[in-house]
Design a protein. Structure first.
Length: 122
């Protein structure tokens, strides 16, 4: 009986078909945008107004949440939503209650609502 197995040759191995999955793009703040946000955040931390932050990056939007204390809800949320870039602007700042304070294409202009003394050097 073992002779019949030897004559048949090796059993072919079929690897499972490779699945073609696309990498899901994640929306995030780029280095320049994060620099602008952290500049405002650093000033407010130094003055004692803010204490903590959280970053959340997903498929549709990126969030930078600002907290006065870690256990509370965020005071402000800075959102980047590229799907709104051609409509109202991809950046917005909103409060804890969900009220939009400022929206626009230019992050520096949007962040001025949090720090009126902020200006962009070009």
């Amino acid at each position: 009986m073992s002779d019949s197995l030897d004559r048949a040759g090796p059993i072919p191995f079929h690897a499972p078909a490779a699945t073609t999955q696309r990498a899901v793009p994640i929306v995030s703040f780029d280095r320049h945008e994060l620099g602008l946000i952290l500049n405002v955040y650093g000033k407010k931390v130094a003055s004692g107004e803010w204490r903590d932050y959280a970053l959340d990056m997903g498929r549709e939007r990126a969030l930078f949440s600002i907290y006065k204390r870690t256990s509370e809800r965020p005071l402000f949320v800075i959102e980047k939503n590229p799907k709104l870039a051609r409509r109202q602007g991809q950046f917005l700042v909103m409060t804890t209650e969900g009220r939009v304070l400022k929206r626009g294409q230019d992050l520096g202009a949007v962040l001025r609502v949090l720090d009126p003394d902020l200006y962009i050097v070009r």
